[in-house]
Design a protein around this ligand. Structure first.
Ligand SMILES: Cc1cc2nc3c(=O)[nH]c(=O)nc-3n(C[C@H](O)[C@H](O)[C@H](O)COP(=O)(O)OP(=O)(O)OC[C@H]3O[C@@H](n4cnc5c(N)ncnc54)[C@H](O)[C@@H]3O)c2cc1C
Length: 506
């Protein structure tokens, strides 16, 4: 109900989206963020975007701003990218994927032959179909159940796609589409967008390929500008965002969340609390024992990927970089085997390079340019110490892969972030960046929805439903706001009815 007090723990994308939606509805919203700036994983290091770099599903943000009576385009400037990414395998094999399907078909034809290009068309058709089937009953639902999905319009259509069995792995489905192992590797990489292995993730995750084809934009001012715009929008609607404010406990009375206690000892009362920290932090008791019932634990073996990243300015030569570049390892199964089975960094990693000063054209840049270099890593930041020697060895392997694919990087300034650092930034995760891994076809149903067992306590973020990624976390923030609004409204109604009947529920 308008005027009710809501505390939101965390100014990640989901927390900010909940804040915007609820403040626009007239709730009295306070966001408490332990860091010094908004965005959470969407962070900057020395002016370099050091978290998400691929912006997709623009419609999510357009809808969110519109619901608050604002126009997204007035707050965030986007440039469509015609080239989605440049992929490289060795010194000579390169393939660009484009937003325009026909251009990709042509490029794949040149790269791997006409038959493979025809199969790519089928792949595009089917991934669109998967997306269309799942958008409403899964992505837009507050929390899907298998039963609801089975009953949803069109869901059974998934079983009609000959190459996909919803119960098969992404890698085995991709093997039905593509004969060229490089293409299987390229499209399998989309599993990592959910922090998962293509050999263990379900085939339905191939819908990410459609999401990218549907549009990738670069954000003027960098991805962090999106976080700032969301924070400004929420503030303009009346939300109060406090930085350097760490929450230690969700306070409870009579089994209901009634506020929070900060590390400073300050208490804030609230009618409802939304936690945007990782659900593992709730389950592990970082917000108090009573609140821990509010989220399912994520066992270490079920964690998604972490990463080793280097935020840098550097001179580059020898390879025509685009904005998004992927340099593939020679042995993809070995990479995921190292991470998920042996809890170790891969010997030869696949390397993602975001060249942040570049747009669609592979222009040459004299002097230094800003790069984020990323390799996947196990989420063991709470039980393994990445010392300077190990980080150095990982850097040598990473930049060695780039060199063998033709790219020489000469750093000017460089800052590494390890799974230990990610664990410190996002407590209780071991550095896992995407919540629970999406391994096995039931994994998607194991992410909790926004409502918890505890009245007045809600979850929002990439570790909750519908999952990780900036737009998905935003959808989760919207779902948390919607559930909270609905629950407080019906609580107020039942209170009024009870009062009329002559008794108070307080
Ligand atoms: C290196 C990297 C690359 C990525 N690439 C992409 C990409 O290209 N495209 C994409 O869409 N997604 C990408 N992602 C994933 C995406 O960034 C996340 O899924 C999304 O940003 C998560 O948002 P969230 O709402 O879960 O909040 P988070 O970003 O997890 O933020 C949670 C916030 O809660 C705060 N917090 C935690 N505990 C407390 C406490 N006790 N008190 C107060 N505050 C607290 C934290 O400080 C943090 O600010 C990437 C992530 C990383 C790290």
């Amino acid at each position: 109900m308008a005027g009710d007090r809501v505390v939101i723990v965390g100014a990640g994308v989901a927390g900010l989206v909940s804040a915007l939606a609820l403040a626009a509805d007239g709730f009295e919203v306070t966001v408490l963020e332990r860091a010094a700036a908004p965005g959470g994983k969407m962070r900057r290091l020395g002016g370099i975007d050091s978290g998400p770099t691929v912006f997709t599903m623009r419609w999510v943000f357009e809808e969110l701003f519109a619901a608050a009576g604002m126009n997204f385009a007035d707050h965030v400037r986007l440039q469509p990218l015609h080239t989605l990414a440049r992929h490289a395998w060795d010194g000579t094999s390169r393939l660009d994927l484009f937003a325009d399907e026909a251009r990709s078909v042509e490029a794949i034809g040149d790269f791997a032959g006409v038959a493979e290009a025809t199969r790519y068309r089928t792949f595009c058709r089917d991934t669109k179909r998967i997306y269309d089937i799942l958008e409403k009953p899964f992505l837009r639902s507050e929390r899907p159940s298998m039963a609801a999905l089975l009953g949803a319009n069109g869901f059974r259509g998934l079983f009609d796609l000959p190459e996909i069995k919803p119960f098969s792995s992404m890698a085995s489905a991709l093997a039905q589409y593509f004969h060229d192992p490089r293409l299987r590797q390229l499209f399998g990489r989309y599993a990592t967008y959910c922090g998962s292995s293509p050999y263990l993730a379900p085939a339905t995750l191939m819908l990410v390929a459609h999401v990218e084809r549907d549009g990738v934009w670069s954000v003027e001012g960098g991805m962090h500008a999106l976080a700032t715009a969301l924070a400004d929008a929420a503030t303009s609607q009346g939300a109060n965002i406090r930085y350097g404010a760490e929450v230690r406990e969700v306070l409870m009375a009579n089994g209901r969340a009634t506020g929070v206690m900060l590390a400073s000892g300050e208490r804030l009362d609230a009618d409802a609390v939304i936690v945007n920290a990782d659900i593992a932090a709730v389950a592990d008791g970082l917000f108090g024992k009573a609140a821990s019932r509010g989220a399912p634990a994520i066992p270490a073996r079920a964690r998604s990927l972490s990463a080793m990243t280097w935020s840098m300015t550097a001179k580059t030569s020898g390879f025509p970089l685009h904005r998004h570049n992927v340099f593939f390892s020679g042995d993809y199964p070995a990479e995921f085997d190292a991470i998920f089975r042996r809890d170790a960094l891969p010997m030869e990693p696949t390397v993602y390079v975001c060249a942040q000063d570049r747009g669609d054209d592979a222009v040459s840049i004299d002097g230094g340019e800003r790069l984020l270099v990323l390799v996947n890593a196990p989420a063991n930041g709470d039980r393994h110490v990445y010392d300077a020697a190990e980080v150095q060895r990982c850097a040598e392997r990473t930049f060695g892969v780039l060199k063998r694919r033709g790219l020489t990087v000469t750093p000017q300034q460089i800052q590494a972030t390890t799974p230990n650092d990610f664990h410190a930034l996002f407590p209780a995760t071991g550095g896992a960046l995407y919540g629970r891994s999406s391994h096995g076809w039931t994994a998607s149903f194991q992410r909790p929805g926004a409502r918890t067992k505890i009245p007045g306590l809600y979850l929002a973020g990439g570790s909750a439903h519908p999952g990780p990624g900036v737009p998905m976390a935003a959808l989760s923030g919207r779902a948390a706001a919607a559930c909270l609004r609905m629950d407080l409204t019906s609580r107020a109604r039942s209170r009024t009815t009870a009062m009329r009947g002559g008794m108070s529920t307080r």
